[in-house]
Design a protein around this ligand. Structure first.
Ligand SMILES: Nc1nc2c(ncn2[C@@H]2O[C@H](COP(=O)(O)OP(=O)(O)OP(=O)(O)O)[C@@H](O)[C@H]2O)c(=O)[nH]1
Ligand SMILES: [Mg+2]
Length: 330
């Protein structure tokens, strides 16, 4: 019997049957920065492209402590209870913490992490946001190949990570805390504009009244935004939920499904996916070109030589750049 060592041929059929160990190994492969691993990952993703299932990709963002982990646990358990397979991934740009945020609070996802229908993958401790983005979108493809119905991508509400997550998901959900007074928490307009739904969490106990008030404040703020072509009447929407008391989760899920269905029927869903795929392709090309400037010794030498000649006044910058670009194309 021959031993298959090419991950593309070895892992692909196992991923397609939904084998979690194969999925985990494939994600480790896409997380690797080694050139040979990159090549294997690219081959594997290419073999799997267009196979498996089209999951609903949901991005979930919110400030630290708003209840993301608690929400994912309750929401994930509810989905599993409906017979759906749920994968949870994380984009955590601030993850200097070992193992990332999800693993850190496994206690908050205790039930879901034991669930055979669920797959939870912590954020890799990678400093560079670009690397995390690539790994996450490739992990999403792998989860789809493995037949997951819903892929939840969690991100902490800081910096550019929300935009990145919005660019790789079908729905973008913002989790908010009840506000103290009648002031809207300092949510940036840009983030409000990305949101398909705002869930005001912790609508329970002493916080319930504040949560309901905050919900209607956000509903008002959302109504003031320009209507987007990809939204039916009533969206983006603000609703109150309690991740802890597991309230409002079913209704929120029904809203998400209704929105996704409407977008599918209108063609927005597929169009957005196609645009996202094109965007990631262009990003890969751009980053690959930039990487070559630094890693390819021949290219580096040429950059040095042309740079020196420009510095010495022997060549004009534009002409030298054109020569450099022509050399890259060969
Ligand atoms: N009352 C109430 N408390 C909640 C709810 N959801 C979460 N909490 C509490 O809020 C705190 C933070 O919850 P987490 O789920 O860890 O929040 P997080 O957004 O994942 O936080 P980070 O991972 O640090 O960004 C915990 O003490 C939770 O028990 C809720 O629906 N109601
Ligand atoms: Mg958390």
């Amino acid at each position: 019997m021959t031993v298959l060592t090419d991950p593309a041929t070895d892992l692909a059929p196992r991923i397609l049957t939904g084998e979690r160990r194969a999925l985990a190994r494939a994600i480790t492969l896409v997380e690797s920065g080694r050139a040979d691993h990159r090549a294997q990952a690219a081959a594997l993703l290419d073999v799997l492209a267009g196979r498996g299932k089209q999951a609903l990709r949901i991005g979930l963002s919110g400030t630290p402590g708003v209840g993301k982990s608690t929400f994912i646990e309750s929401f994930g358990m509810m989905l599993v209870g409906q017979g759906l397979k749920v994968a949870v991934l994380a984009v955590d740009p601030s993850s200097a913490r070992s193992g990332g945020s999800i693993l850190g609070d496994k206690t908050r996802m205790e039930r879901l992490s034991r669930e055979p229908m669920a797959f939870i993958r912590p954020s890799p401790s990678q400093a560079q946001l670009g690397g995390v983005a690539r790994r996450t979108r490739e992990a999403v493809s792998l989860c789809e190949a493995a037949g997951f119905d819903v892929v939840l991508i969690e991100t902490v509400g800081v910096g550019q990570s929300e935009t990145l997550v919005a660019e790789m998901t079908d729905l973008f959900i913002l989790l908010m805390a009840p506000a103290g007074g009648d002031e809207l928490q300092g949510v940036k307009r840009g983030i409000m504009e990305m949101a398909d739904m705002i869930l005001v969490n912790k609508a329970d106990g002493d916080l319930k009244a504040a949560a309901l008030r905050t919900r209607s404040d956000y509903a008002g703020a959302l109504r003031l935004l320009r209507r987007r072509p990809q939204d039916p009447e009533g969206f983006p929407k603000a609703v109150a939920v309690s991740a802890l008391a597991e309230e409002g989760l079913k209704a929120a899920w029904e809203d998400m499904q209704a929105l996704a269905e409407w977008r599918r029927a209108q063609g927005h869903f597929e169009r957005r996916r196609a645009e996202q795929a094109r965007h990631w392709f262009e990003t890969e090309v751009r980053e690959g070109l930039l990487a070559r400037l630094h890693t390819d010794p021949e290219v580096r030498a040429r950059m040095q030589a042309l740079g020196a000649s420009v510095a010495a006044g022997h060549a004009a910058p534009a002409a030298a750049a054109a020569e450099m670009l022509a050399a890259l194309g060969r």
